[in-house]
Design a protein around this ligand. Structure first.
Ligand SMILES: [Fe+2]
Ligand SMILES: [Fe+2]
Length: 326
């Protein structure tokens, strides 16, 4: 299977090689995250608490985003990319592709380190730290991924790590798209996200190629076991972190009932389902091209998740909807 590398000019293009280290620049705007991407702050119950509370919650959302990045890279993507680089992924891949995986490991380690450092710098400058580790839970994708693994037969477990990495690496460039363009945000925040987005554009192409190699390499039994869980892996990555949001809402004085109401009304399940299906449509196309939907249960699972609407018109790659937030 042919492989066309996007890493030929990695030394010139990768953020870890090309740009100076990004530090937080204090004194800029105090809006840290686009409110439209965290719609709980637009809910009347939250908005009534005043601008300072809203801005404080948006700062917390930025911390969550940075922590999510560090966890995702460190716990999900780097282990998989390392296995690919060492020829231990279980896949037969071109030498060039395995060599490129080292560059992805380096990129992701840099994203994790930079996100961690950047959050600490913001906390020091603003004197508004994020939740303490004992207050905050793990990012939602981790327990969701654990639950997904439990649904797999024992002899197929392990494939979900590769699938989840394919899912996250092909969808992350979409969710990073809006922030660099938002002039209401501090310049250094936008620059950090822009650097990350540019690297992830290359990773997207790479992991699309990994999927092309993975699916035919699975046995029919493995495909039947793993295929129906792909929409759940997409939801694990793209659904908002409801529990963490509830913690933030409670910390600004909302009751448990108010917090539940704000979350339910800000992210109505049916609207979320449609938004996720739209955001995932390029990936649905990749799984279709790889032959994953030839299995009836897998196809039914995508259909049930609302992901097959318009699959016949895959002539363009849609951008994720504005209201979308991770
Ligand atoms: Fe990354
Ligand atoms: Fe990546």
């Amino acid at each position: 299977m042919e492989y066309s590398s996007r890493f030929e000019r990695w030394d010139d293009l990768a953020s870890v090689r090309r740009t100076p280290r990004r530090d937080f620049e204090p004194g800029g705007p105090d809006l840290y995250f686009p409110p439209e991407l965290y719609p709980v702050v637009l809910h009347p119950i939250v908005a009534a608490r005043g601008e300072a509370v809203v801005k404080g919650l948006l700062l917390q959302r930025l911390y969550d985003y940075l922590d999510f990045t560090t966890e995702l890279e460190s716990l999900a993507v780097i282990p998989v990319a390392t296995k690919i680089s060492r020829g231990r992924s279980g896949l037969i891949l071109p030498e060039r592709m395995k060599a490129d995986a080292y560059k992805i490991v380096t990129d992701e380690a840099w994203h994790a380190q930079l996100s961690h450092d950047f959050a600490r710098q913001i906390a020091a400058e603003t004197n508004c730290p994020g939740l303490r580790p004992e207050e905050a839970g793990p990012p939602a994708f981790l327990p969701r991924l654990d639950a997904l693994r439990e649904q797999l037969p024992h002899d197929v477990r392990g494939v979900e790590s590769l699938l989840f990495t394919i899912v996250s690496e092909t969808l992350i460039s979409g969710i990073l798209a809006d922030i660099p363009r938002d002039s209401r945000l501090p310049r250094s925040v936008r620059a950090v996200v822009r650097d990350h987005a540019e690297d992830e554009g290359r990773h997207h192409v790479y992991f699309r190629s990994v999927l092309r190699h993975l699916w035919p390499a699975l046995t029919p039994y493995e495909r039947r076991a793993a295929g129906p869980l792909v929409p759940a892996a997409i939801h694990a990555f793209l659904e908002p972190d409801y529990l963490q949001t509830a913690r933030h809402l409670r910390s600004v004085g909302l009751t448990a009932d108010e917090s539940d109401q704000v979350i339910a009304e800000s992210w109505p399940p049916s609207a979320m389902r449609s938004a996720i299906a739209r955001a995932a449509s390029p990936l649905t196309r990749y799984f279709t091209e790889a032959g994953a939907l030839e299995d009836a249960r897998t196809r039914a699972s995508f259909e049930e998740a609302g992901m097959l609407t318009g699959t016949l018109r895959f002539t363009e790659v849609p951008t994720p909807p504005r209201e979308f937030a991770t």
